[in-house]
Design a protein around this ligand. Structure first.
Ligand SMILES: C[S@@+](CC[C@H](N)C(=O)[O-])C[C@H]1O[C@@H](n2cnc3c(N)ncnc32)[C@H](O)[C@@H]1O
Length: 384
């Protein structure tokens, strides 16, 4: 359906999949249309929303979102989402997204390394927690001694099982000895050295160096200042993809372009993606949907599903296992708590399958780790 200022066109296209539910965007009913639709044959139809509509409908929200991100200095935007627990080198959603990408081009080939990288992030996150609680250098040495002696207790500090198991299972560089020897507890600014945080970037670069694959297209809406892309690049994953990133905030795009002048980073709006249907093989999005009104979020979901041919990987930071979304307006935008079940149902309108991964439950069942910093973190894998 195309809505311009003066004209309305409707294109109804029958889809072959009779099992899919008809798509009727919630935004649709809010628009009063005085048109006669001729009787149509019973069946399942796809309604295609064309440019012009979302721009008008969400104009105010778009402006508010633009302003809320643009008020930050460029240097803050470049750094604030890649620090501490948000650092994509140790953030589970970012790691799982990179694994999602690697698995798209080399399915099943690197399962062992993926497991080891997740364990690495468990160890670093535990160490960060200790550092935050003002652990001393002596205590860290005691942890290392206890691990080497296969003991569970380091001078009164209980070592979680997922740490000792990881230590016992190390199949790659023994970063644990370095982490617990060199963490400079005197400073909180950079509590863990870069070279240690980069451990798995180096591993992936080496492993992927000689691999070959035709580039597949990849879209990242709300890419920020290349917050994830810079680590995808540093891990040697980027050249398997023909990547496009866009963000509403010009400062973010300027930052991204400064880091990657030859890459396609553009100012763009997820309410209206400037690309034809099915233009991209894959898409990933992190930490965007919670910041949108429910209506705008539905439009954004329709858009990313429209432009993606195969699979979408979505990271959420504020989701729960409840039946309804909890809408919270903060300043001029949103900080909603999204219902996992509701979101799954929305994606199932467009997709053949929606897989929901609750990070906390995943880490508990896979590694026996009950210490995730964000119980509201989820990943959705949407198969179109
Ligand atoms: C919380 S940040 C997440 C950034 C990045 N994805 C990450 O995980 O580090 C949300 C981002 O969404 C962008 N954004 C907000 N509304 C948007 C819209 N309508 N279209 C595109 N980007 C949008 C903001 O500019 C901001 O960079």
């Amino acid at each position: 359906m195309h809505l311009s200022r003066h004209k309305i066109f409707i294109r109804l296209r029958r889809t072959p999949n009779q099992n899919k539910k008809p798509f009727s965007p919630p935004a649709f009913s809010a628009i009063k249309l005085k048109i006669q639709i001729p009787p149509i044959e019973r069946g399942v139809y796809t309604v295609t929303l064309r440019p012009g509509m979302a721009q008008d409908r969400f104009k105010q929200e778009t402006e508010a979102l633009k302003n809320s991100w643009a008020r930050h200095k460029s240097v803050e935007l470049r750094g604030y989402l890649v620090r501490g627990v948000q650092d994509p080198r140790i953030n589970f959603q970012s790691i799982l997204t990179r694994h999602f990408l690697i698995d798209r081009v080399f399915p099943g080939q690197f399962a062992l390394v993926m497991e080891q990288e997740l364990r690495f992030s468990l160890v670093v996150n535990w160490l960060l927690k200790l550092l935050k609680a003002s652990v001393t250098g002596d205590q860290l040495s005691a942890v290392l001694d206890a691990l080497l002696d296969d003991e569970k207790n380091a001078d009164g500090l209980q070592i979680p099982q997922f740490i000792s198991q990881t230590f016992a299972s190390l199949a790659l560089p023994n970063y644990i000895c370095d982490l617990f020897t060199w963490a400079p507890v005197e400073t909180t600014d950079a509590p863990i050295q870069e070279y240690l945080l980069n451990t798995f970037q180096a591993v992936w670069r080496e492993l992927l160096e000689n691999e070959r694959h035709q580039p597949v297209s990849l879209l990242e809406p709300a890419c920020g200042s290349a917050n994830d892309y810079r680590f995808i690049d540093a891990s040697g994953i980027a050249h398997f993809f023909d990547y496009t990133g866009f963000d509403l905030c010009e400062k973010n795009i300027r930052n991204a372009k400064r880091m990657f002048p030859d890459m396609r980073f553009e100012v763009g709006n997820v309410f209206e993606i400037d690309s034809p249907d099915k233009a991209f093989d894959y898409c990933f999005v992190h930490d965007l949907f919670e910041h949108l009104s429910i209506e705008a979020m539905q439009a954004a979901i329709a858009e990313i599903c429209r432009v993606t041919r195969q699979t979408i990987c979505i990271g959420f930071f504020n989701m729960y296992n409840g039946a309804e979304h909890i809408v919270k307006a903060v300043d001029s935008y949103h900080w909603n708590v999204l219902s996992a079940a509701r979101m799954k149902a929305v994606f199932e309108r467009y997709a053949s399958h929606a897989k929901v991964i609750h990070i906390d439950s995943f880490l508990l069942s896979r590694f026996g780790c009950d210490q995730t910093h964000n119980k509201g973190a989820y990943i959705f894998i949407i198969k179109m």
